[in-house]
Design a protein around this ligand. Structure first.
Ligand SMILES: *Cc1c(COP(=O)(O)O)cnc(C)c1O
Length: 222
């Protein structure tokens, strides 16, 4: 029997202290999420606003809520109310909307820029060569604060295939940091999932997003 409590505790114990664990909780029941939170998981990542809202009703604010899926523009108004960080800012347009609705709430939203590091056609994310330009434009928005980068990398079973992409994302992260752009802090580098987090940490990730390894295999894939 897969025990969520044990896997959460084991992962928290095994990762280095400087690495922040985000539980990718899509498709998990409220009971499963509660077990994980009680075992020490204190950041929940969601791909869909609706699902996050439903679970947040019961769990509330004693954990942090991260948006880790593609954020649709018509969901931004609600998303900025419930999330503490948006890891998936992939355009200036989206950032502007987040800024606008945060302004109304008098809230400053920490965000990560999502990088399409492998330049995949079908993937969301800012292309590496455009990141500095986009980051500079976003940095002047008063109600948004860029805190780092996030990447998914290509889909593969073999984590070693991702190493060069993680490495390139870290180089980009350091490059932006050295630009010293006002209002931009390169603090969090979010990369690595259940099958790749060790390689990601190796290559400089300090935030990892884990689902399967914490909660067990998903019954349906979304
Ligand atoms: C589902 C998901 C994860 C975690 O995936 P696992 O392979 O289950 O660990 C991480 N990041 C994002 C954006 C996801 O959608």
């Amino acid at each position: 029997m897969f025990k969520i409590e044990d896997s959460v505790k084991n992962i928290i114990q095994s990762i280095p202290d400087h690495v922040i664990l985000v539980g990718a909780a899509k498709t998990r029941s409220l009971d499963e999420v509660k077990i994980a939170v009680n075992a020490g998981l204190n950041i929940l990542g969601y791909n869909y606003l609706q699902e996050a809202m439903a679970i947040k009703k019961s769990i509330g604010n004693h954990v942090e809520w991260h948006m880790i899926g593609h954020l649709q523009k018509n969901k931004v108004k609600k998303a900025v109310e419930i999330f503490d960080m948006i890891e998936t800012i992939d355009s200036f347009k989206l950032a502007k909307l987040v800024d606008k609705y945060c302004n109304i709430l008098d809230k400053i939203m920490p965000v990560l820029l999502e990088i399409n590091i492998a330049r995949e056609d079908q993937k969301a994310g800012i292309l590496p060569e455009n990141v500095i330009e986009v980051a500079k434009k976003i940095s002047v928005l008063p109600n948004i604060q860029i805190k780092g980068l996030m990447t998914m990398g290509p889909f593969t079973q073999n984590a070693e295939d991702l190493r060069p992409y993680f490495r390139d994302t870290k180089i980009l992260f350091d490059t932006i940091a050295h630009e010293n752009i006002p209002n931009i802090e390169m603090k969090f580098l979010s990369m690595g999932m259940s099958n790749s987090y060790e390689v990601a940490i190796d290559e400089g990730a300090n935030m990892i997003r884990l689902g399967t390894i914490l909660f067990g295999p998903r019954k349906c894939s979304i």
